[in-house]
Design a protein around this ligand. Structure first.
Ligand SMILES: [Zn+2]
Length: 183
């Protein structure tokens, strides 16, 4: 085992700080950052002012298909694909894309529907071929869909909103029930 250089260590701490600030779960940070759990927990407490929440929610791909979640997920994933071409690896792309997603949502005066964990989980679902982007046959936009979605007659959630979407729904209600949607 080689000793970590001071510079390397500083980079790991900076990465951990970025992830904690974006709302990443401890399990995710532990998997991506080469620091001890004790140090990560101390960092977490210092930055967020509380202990990290326990447990990682097992999200299903269906969450990304509901109306508001699908619009936000599609927007995020298109940003992510763009970032992948310019970023320094997948994690860097994920961090940059999530920051830009938050900026875009706030610029429009909306509430984020995706949190960092959902965004990271979505990228994993794409990597595992459980999700894909499918072009809408009406507007041509590329939307998050099931991997087995038929491509020729796909119509997106914007072109064909569900009936309940007509009723003005507070964006905060679409974030799920785990309370982690709001950073
Ligand atoms: Zn469409």
């Amino acid at each position: 085992m080689t000793q970590k250089s001071v510079l390397q260590e500083a980079r790991e701490v900076q990465l951990a700080v970025s992830l904690i600030e974006l709302g990443a779960r401890m399990q995710f940070i532990e998997a991506e950052v080469n620091l001890s759990r004790e140090r990560l927990v101390r960092l977490y407490k210092e930055i967020r002012g509380s202990s990290p929440p326990k447990g990682l929610l097992p999200f299903s791909v269906d969450w990304y298909m509901t109306w508001m979640a699908n619009i936000h997920s599609s927007m995020f994933y298109n940003i992510y694909l763009h970032m992948l071409q310019h970023a320094d690896g997948k994690l860097d792309a994920l961090i940059k894309a999530f920051r830009m997603y938050l900026e875009q949502v706030h610029a429009h005066g909306d509430t984020p529907v995706l949190d960092f964990t959902r965004a990271a989980t979505m990228v994993r679902f794409f990597d595992g071929d459980m999700l894909q982007l499918t072009a809408c046959s009406r507007c041509g936009g590329r939307f998050v869909s099931h991997a087995y979605e038929g491509k020729s007659d796909y119509v997106c959630v914007l072109c064909q909103p569900p009936p309940r979407a007509g009723k003005k729904k507070a964006p905060a209600d679409s974030g799920g029930s785990d309370g982690s949607a709001v950073l």
